[in-house]
Design a protein around this ligand. Structure first.
Ligand SMILES: [Fe+2]
Ligand SMILES: [Fe+2]
Length: 296
C-alpha cells in the first residue's frame, strides 16, 4: 500500500513539474536559421570514430560531415526508440485506474515523446540526411520485445534508451562547438527526460520488489538482449557510407575503438549501478550485459 501512496506522490510531483517546464519545439527553436559553417553537429569526442586511425585521416570538413550523419542516426534511431517506449507505456496503463496520477503522468510522458519524435524527425529533415533505420533484424527484435515485454522489462528498456542518450545530451547542449539548433533540441530533451527517468526508475524499483521469480529471470535475460540492440543501433553503418567510408569496416573500427568503448561504458555507468542495485544484472544475464559493451 505504501508503495502505491509513494507512486501517487511521485506522479503528482512530476505532473506539477511538467506543467511548469514543457516545451513546444516548433515555437521554442529557430528552425529557419541556416546551419553554421565549420561547426560540429555533435561533440567530436562523442562521434563514434573519434581518436581512431580512420578519424585521423579525415579532414576537418569530413569530421563535421560525419558528426552531421551520426547526429541524424541518433535522432532517427531515437524516434524508433521513442515509438517503442510510447507503446510500452500505453500497455502499462491498460489495466490501471485512468484517474490516478500515475496514469495521468504516463499519458503526459507519451505526449512529451510525441513532441520529441516530431522534433527529431524535423531536425533530420533539416540536416538533409537519410532517415537512418535499424537493421531488419533489430527492427524485428524491437517488435518482438515491445510485444512480449514484462512490466519491469518495459521500464528497463525505457531507461536503457533514455539514460544513455541523456548522458550524451548533457555534454552536447552546453557545448559551444555544436550547432545551436542541436544544442536547443538536446536542452529540451534533457529537461523533459529527467522526469521520465525518475518515473521509470521508481516504478522499476517497485516492480522488482514484487515481481514473481520467473518474471525477474525473464526480465534479466530479455533486458540484457535489449541492451545489446540499443547499443549497436545508435549509429547506423549507413552514416559512415554517407561520408564515403566503407560501412562495415568503419563500424568494426568503432566497435574496437578503446575510446568509443570507454564512452559507451561511461554513458551507461549510472544506469548499470542502478540496475545492479535492483537486481537485474545477476545470474547468467551478466555475460549478456557485458556483451552489450555497456557494463564494465
Ligand atoms: Fe524523448
Ligand atoms: Fe522519454
Amino acid at each position: 500500500m505504501d508503495g502505491l501512496i509513494d507512486r501517487e506522490k511521485t506522479a503528482e510531483r512530476l505532473l506539477a513539474a511538467s506543467a511548469k517546464h514543457s516545451f513546444d519545439p516548433d515555437t521554442e527553436l529557430d528552425w529557419e536559421a541556416p546551419f553554421e559553417e565549420g561547426t560540429y553537429f555533435w561533440p567530436p569526442e562523442l562521434v563514434s570514430l573519434y581518436d581512431t586511425p580512420l578519424w585521423k585521416r579525415l579532414s576537418p570538413e569530413q569530421r563535421i560531415e560525419l558528426s552531421r550523419h551520426e547526429t541524424a542516426s541518433l535522432c532517427s534511431i531515437g524516434v524508433w526508440f521513442e515509438m517503442i517506449l510510447m507503446q510500452l507505456l500505453l500497455r502499462h496503463t491498460y489495466d490501471l485506474d485512468p484517474t490516478s496520477g500515475h496514469v495521468r503522468y504516463a499519458l503526459t510522458e507519451i505526449a512529451d515523446e510525441c513532441r520529441h519524435s516530431k522534433m527529431f524527425a524535423r531536425v533530420v529533415t533539416k540536416m538533409d540526411t537519410p532517415a537512418y533505420r535499424p537493421t531488419r533484424l533489430d527492427l524485428q527484435l524491437g517488435r518482438a520485445m515491445k510485444t512480449i515485454s514484462t512490466t519491469p522489462g518495459a521500464f528497463t528498456g525505457t531507461l536503457l534508451a533514455e539514460e544513455i542518450l541523456d548522458w550524451m545530451q548533457r555534454l552536447t547542449f552546453p557545448d559551444e562547438r555544436v550547432q545551436p539548433l542541436v544544442r536547443g533540441i538536446t536542452r529540451i530533451h534533457v529537461v523533459e527526460e529527467a522526469r521520465h527517468i525518475r518515473y521509470a526508475r521508481e516504478e522499476l524499483r517497485r516492480q522488482m520488489a514484487t515481481a514473481p521469480r520467473w518474471e525477474i529471470e525473464f526480465t534479466r535475460l530479455s533486458s540484457a538482449q535489449a541492451a545489446r540492440v540499443v547499443a549497436r543501433s545508435l549509429i547506423s553503418p549507413q552514416a559512415y557510407a554517407s561520408v564515403g567510408l566503407d560501412p562495415e569496416h568503419a563500424a568494426e573500427v568503432a566497435r574496437r575503438s578503446p575510446h568509443r568503448r570507454e564512452i559507451m561504458r561511461q554513458s551507461a555507468k549510472r544506469l548499470m549501478d542502478f540496475l545492479d542495485e535492483v537486481g537485474l544484472l545477476r545470474g547468467p544475464s551478466r555475460r549478456l550485459w557485458r556483451a552489450s559493451g555497456l557494463l564494465a
